[in-house]
Design a protein around this ligand. Sequence first.
Ligand code: AMP
Length: 421
Amino acid sequence: MASSSEPLPGTSDLWDAEIGDWLALEAAARRVFSAYGYGELRTPVFERTEVFVRSLGDETEVVQKEMYTFADRGGRSLTLRPEGTAGVIRAVANSGLGQGDEKRVFYMGPMFRGERPAAGRRRQFHQVGVEAVGPRDPVLDAECIAMFVQFLDEIGVSGARVQLNTRGLGEDRARVAAALREFFAPRVGEMCEDCQRRLDTNVLRMLDCKAEGCRGIVAAAPDMIDLVGDESREFFGRVCRCLDQLGVDYELAPRLVRGLDYYIHTVFEVTHSGLGAQDALAGGGRYSIVPPGATKPVDGVGFAAGMERLLMARQSLGVAVPPRAEADVYVVSLGEASVAPGLVLARDLRQAGLGLRVRAETAGRSMKAQMRTANRLGARLVLIQGESELAAGEVVCKNMASSEQVTVARAAVVAWLRENA
Ligand code: AMP
């Protein structure tokens, strides 16, 4: 049995050594997305349950099986956000979006889904995503995909595949559903229980069933592009042409529909072979969502990428940021009287803006014990200031890798470190 100090399955403690990689990823996201005019939005991690049920659709896997829903003290039903778009749309609608306006936001943070934990599938995971809310314009869809591809490029994730399809418009749905029902009805007996139910409730979702026995049947289903109306076909054509002009490589995925009901027109998924079975790096598309309390839908296009998976893809390519040492420099003090001057030396180094992590001895232990600590912390340099060095106004600077050491005047230590750290 798991010990009660372990994090729950599908969650983890993220320690400092890994945080460098996260910070680099977050910084790249901020840089790339803000260069396209996207501003950051931080929405609450929990919302009224209806925010998700209404926009994601009550027949979706996420809503039916995966949401962490609870009642607050007033008996209101609340849910930990399973994805970012619904909350962003609620926030944008709440802030007021004028006719013809476009609002561009990006977000990053934890999402929660009660899925069965597996490699790359977690219950608390993190997404970075964007939404361009407002105009229903195919050029925006293409630019959004191109921006994600540029982001992958900037974080060193090469070899990702962009798969693209259309879901058509709401108006197409009855015709699409009828055609799919006609195709699936004679075969539904061989399909999974979920699909047998979906045949009546949400036939589109049969197209992205992951069950082994269903996949072969789904592969022979009609292509979405052949089922949707002229307007949708034209829209999709413009997305593809614009992607071509932007030089983005993509593949057509004729039966990709994505799991959530709010999508219209463009849907896409980005996969990477370095991820194993859960190979989706990101998913997104165009949507039309009626925010809570509103009557009119809000349109937008966006994507969300799994941050753990982006980091896994980087690791698989060997471009991850190496773990950071707990300290770069350790100040050794020998003799009780040199402990406080050691703290002053450490403070001077921190204030010099060298970006070094500095730790100093506080307990006045033996040289051997202090060197052991410096090693454990991963310090590259040790600065030794015993009572004799203090009297002489000097510091012994030792390189831990080469064991070389030099004596430097106390007043020149910062300058020496600037050159040698
Ligand atoms: P989705 O909207 O479900 O396609 O999620 C978008 C992206 O978030 C996926 O492509 C994954 O990279 C990531 N993701 C979704 N669910 C999980 C999960 N349970 N654990 C880790 N990453 C996830």
